[in-house]
Design a protein around this ligand. Structure first.
Ligand SMILES: [Zn+2]
Length: 445
């Protein structure tokens, strides 16, 4: 088996038992008595550590696979950190993940049964004991892939997690996909013609089709808030987002793009990037609130605050929503950081002003179908609202922690009413603020 990949640097850490043993041998050959004494002490500690490390095999307590078009994630959860080596093998394409000091328990053994037949990247997965103290996972792939492996520290209900993300070699271009999937997308020439033609009398001039990015909060490893009857925010938000997409797409001058269309985690910055890459006119993030008090109820709409949250509760909520990346899991090393401060300063103030206008329009409509938690658009520092050039709002549709509202959030008719209310708000906003010709700023990727 040829090793095509490179062993990640952090795989061979100071806890590598062979490195410890080498250290002991060299150290014992040293000179002065005192040095020798302290070395002997170190040796004992090191030896004891090695024995513990060798004796106590780490147990994988849970395994999960989140297949999606954009990437498939394999998560191994354990009580202690796992040492690993990942490498790729060609002809046929495979990934090999060696886990050191890990026991082949039931959670690992059942992993192969968790590969969905429709998984875009993994064909089969095999788990077996490779050599003493090493369990090997072999993933038979459907195509060449770009893997990323990283560890996540314990948070919320999760312990240590080892995450293997399998990306396509060429990532799908959201803009190309949008144009291809959307028959309504005007060709460049049509658009120019449309813009040149005089507007029909008494109708606001629509320069071009408005692109609305709809963001279903949370997903995959990050369930979001949970209702008392077990509803998960990530499921409710996806259903409402999909409903809203259908409604938006049915409008002649609008089209919708989802930041996720299935149950997988999308990092907060990636949600922002997606909106900018499709040159979104508006960004609407859909959530369902939770609070310690079960009687908290009502819908709220948020815009970004550059400085302080408008209320204590808004700050608390923003902190909680921003923790999504810690729970859902982001590989910090590859996190996109293109949002330069200058770019932000240039247009953020104007964008927030438009976000507030959009928020007010949506809040007014939602007030017709549900109690409002707050009568005004609130402001807080939500990471997902930080596009410098796309008016963005976050809608907390209702309190999933309130049993009565949880029931409504799962109700078809109510979900439809909510989606229609958000659409009506968007349409009000667009009637007064038709999509402008794209600024050069919005064209930069
Ligand atoms: Zn949320």
């Amino acid at each position: 088996m040829a090793r095509a990949g490179r062993r990640p640097d952090h795989a061979a850490g100071p806890r590598d038992p062979s490195a410890l043993r080498r250290g002991i041998t060299h150290g014992s050959a040293g000179g002065a008595l005192e040095a020798r004494r302290s070395l002997a002490g170190n040796c004992l500690v090191a030896l004891a550590f090695f024995l513990i490390a060798a004796g106590a095999q780490a147990q994988i307590v849970s395994t999960r696979i989140w297949p999606a078009k954009e990437y498939t994630r394999v998560t191994l959860e354990s009580k202690a950190e796992i040492k690993f080596t990942l490498f790729a093998v060609k002809n046929p394409e495979r990934l090999v993940l060696d886990l050191e000091g890990v026991e082949l328990g039931p959670a690992l053994a059942e992993l192969d049964g968790k590969v969905a037949t429709g998984d875009p990247y993994i064909d089969k997965l095999r788990v077996g004991r490779n050599r003493p103290g090493v369990v090997r996972l072999v993933l038979d792939l459907k195509a060449e892939v770009k893997p990323q492996v990283f560890a996540l520290k314990p948070i919320a209900e999760y312990g240590h997690r080892l995450v293997l993300d399998i990306y396509p070699v060429v990532p799908p271009d959201p803009l190309a996909a949008l144009i291809e999937a959307d028959g309504k997308a005007p060709k460049r020439d049509d658009r120019a013609e449309k813009e040149a033609a005089p507007p029909p009398p008494d109708k606001p001039k629509v320069a071009r089709m408005a692109t609305i990015v709809i963001d279903a909060g949370h997903g995959g490893e990050d369930p979001g808030a949970r209702g008392r009857h077990g509803s998960r925010e990530k499921d409710v938000t996806l259903t409402i987002a999909k409903r809203l997409k259908l409604l938006v797409d049915a409008e002649p001058e609008m089209r919708a793009v989802l930041t996720r269309d299935a149950d997988f985690y999308v990092p907060l910055q990636t949600r922002v990037d997606k909106a900018r890459r499709v040159k979104a006119d508006l960004f609407v993030s859909v959530h369902a609130d939770a609070f310690i008090k079960a009687n908290a109820r009502g819908s709220s709409v948020f815009a970004l605050s550059e400085r302080r949250a408008t209320s204590e509760a808004a700050r608390w909520l923003a902190k909680k929503e921003n923790e999504a990346d810690l729970i859902g899991g982001v590989n910090i090393d590859v996190k996109d950081r293109y949002l330069a401060q200058t770019l932000l300063d240039l247009s953020q103030t104007a964008t927030i002003d438009h976000s507030l206008r959009l928020g007010n329009a949506v809040l007014g409509e939602i007030g017709q179908v549900n109690t409002l938690h707050k009568a005004q658009v609130e402001q807080a520092s939500f990471a997902v609202l930080k596009s410098p050039d796309v008016p963005s709002i976050l809608v907390e549709t209702a309190f999933i922690s309130n049993p009565e509202e949880e029931k409504r959030l799962n109700d078809d008719a109510y979900q439809d009413q909510l989606a229609r209310a958000i659409l009506a708000g968007i349409k009000h906003y667009l009637a007064k603020n038709p999509p402008r010709p794209q600024l050069p700023l919005a064209l930069t990727n």
